[in-house]
Design a protein around this ligand. Structure first.
Ligand SMILES: *Cc1c(COP(=O)(O)O)cnc(C)c1O
Length: 397
């Protein structure tokens, strides 16, 4: 069994805090501090520009990409890091649309994270070819799959409700209808086992600062299936995706395989912290992680439902149909969350009324969940949230 009491020791968790927001920003792995310090002093400080070769900076996006590839069931050499998730969504969608030149429909859902939809809208305008984006409710996606569909673009786990799509089933239905499929794994990578290769995804994208604990601003990843990776045209044709970046050729020629999905200079310091964060996964079995995550979520749901009648479960009750977070609807959810944060229980709020709690067995255990339930029950039962200072909205909720 994976020893989660050991992995918990690997994170810097402030005294008195129960951190249930690793689905938004993972905590600091203790080893990342040394790793970043070393990159700054020994590599940047001493090697200067030779660090690109000597310290292997230039190879990091593919090397770490492969480590993430193992966590999402990707074939070796098909995942690369860079940019932000919004940009990787754009790249994947642009490449996929170009492979279905006779079709005009992009199907997503109303539970997708807005930036994914915004990027699609922007791309549609730039292409100006009459593409349409449809966003039915998550439960109704399947009914919209037909032979007009160019691309099915979904986020596996809904950021608000934690509802999980049946990735293998939807992928097969869409591909049988002749469409390509892009999965956003922002709330899946490091949260549950994923199998992009066997599930048949054409493209997958995700971020590394949530369940992968790479730190604020850590780069995104993109996976392209082997059958497409030498053919997909990277819409953002940057110099580091060129076949020979240092030939400084005046004409663009896409690089081999997944390397072509790189765009510009990689964020070396962020890669350093991500490298330290990814090393933690060497000793983690994803099936054990999933079992522990389900146990924590069940404990939380049971405890909250027994003590907080004002909170109603927004996450599917069936564990197989959710990711690694639990959300409750609450009329005064924003203020309630501020009151919880003031008492050391950190979750977050998503408009209009969702209180969201992420469960990550790497550093959250049953004792933490029990304590969190007690604090939430106290805040809700005694209306401790009903104070003016908890109702003032900050820029980041
Ligand atoms: C977190 C998240 C993003 C964030 O995109 P960035 O470009 O990294 O800011 C995008 N899509 C989904 C589905 C997310 O959950």
């Amino acid at each position: 069994m994976t020893d989660f009491s050991k992995t918990k020791q690997l994170f810097e968790l402030p005294e008195g805090i129960i951190y249930l927001d690793g689905n938004s920003l993972g905590p600091l792995p203790k080893s990342a501090k040394n790793r970043i310090a070393k990159t700054i002093s020994d590599e940047w400080g001493q090697m200067l520009i030779t660090g690109w070769n000597k310290a292997g900076w230039m190879a990091q996006p593919a090397k770490l990409g492969d480590q993430i590839g193992r966590l999402i069931g990707a074939e070796a050499g098909q995942t690369v890091l860079g940019d932000t998730l919004s940009i990787k969504v754009y790249q994947a969608l642009a490449s996929a649309l170009e492979m279905r030149p006779d079709r005009r429909v992009i199907l997503s859902d109303s539970g997708n994270f807005p930036t994914d939809l915004y990027m699609a809208e922007g791309l549609i305008r730039s292409l100006d070819k009459g593409h349409r984006l449809i966003t039915p409710a998550p439960e109704e996606v399947e009914a919209h799959i037909n032979s007009d569909l160019a691309v099915l673009m979904l986020t596996e786990v809904d950021y608000r409700t934690g509802r999980r799509h049946d990735m293998a089933r939807l992928t097969k239905l869409a591909q049988d209808a002749g469409a390509l499929v892009i999965w956003d794994l922002a709330h899946s990578a490091g949260a549950l086992p994923v199998d992009v290769a066997n599930g048949g995804a054409d493209f997958a994208v995700g971020c590394t600062y949530k369940y992968l604990n790479g730190g604020p601003g850590a780069p995104a990843f993109i996976y392209v299936a082997p059958r497409h990776s030498d053919a997909a045209r990277p819409a953002l044709s940057g110099w580091l995706g060129h076949a020979a970046p240092f030939a400084f050729d005046l004409n663009y020629q896409a690089g081999r395989g997944i390397e072509r999905m790189r765009v510009g200079t990689p964020p070396v310091l962020q890669m350093a912290s991500l490298e330290a964060a990814l090393a933690i996964w060497d000793d983690v079995n994803l099936d054990h992680l999933r079992a522990a995550s389900i146990a924590l979520c069940e404990q939380f749901i049971k405890g909250i439902e027994a003590t907080c009648p004002d909170l109603s479960l927004a996450t599917p009750r069936d564990a197989a149909q959710r990711g690694s977070q639990v959300s409750f609807r609450c009329e005064n959810g924003y203020a309630a969350m501020q009151a919880l944060i003031a008492r050391g229980v950190i979750g977050d709020f998503r408009a209009p009324d969702i209180m969201r709690f992420g469960f990550t067995p790497l550093y959250i255990d049953k004792g933490d969940v029990a304590r969190a339930i007690d604090i939430i029950a106290d805040v809700m039962q005694n209306r401790l949230w009903d104070r003016p200072e908890y109702k003032v909205r900050s820029a980041v909720t």
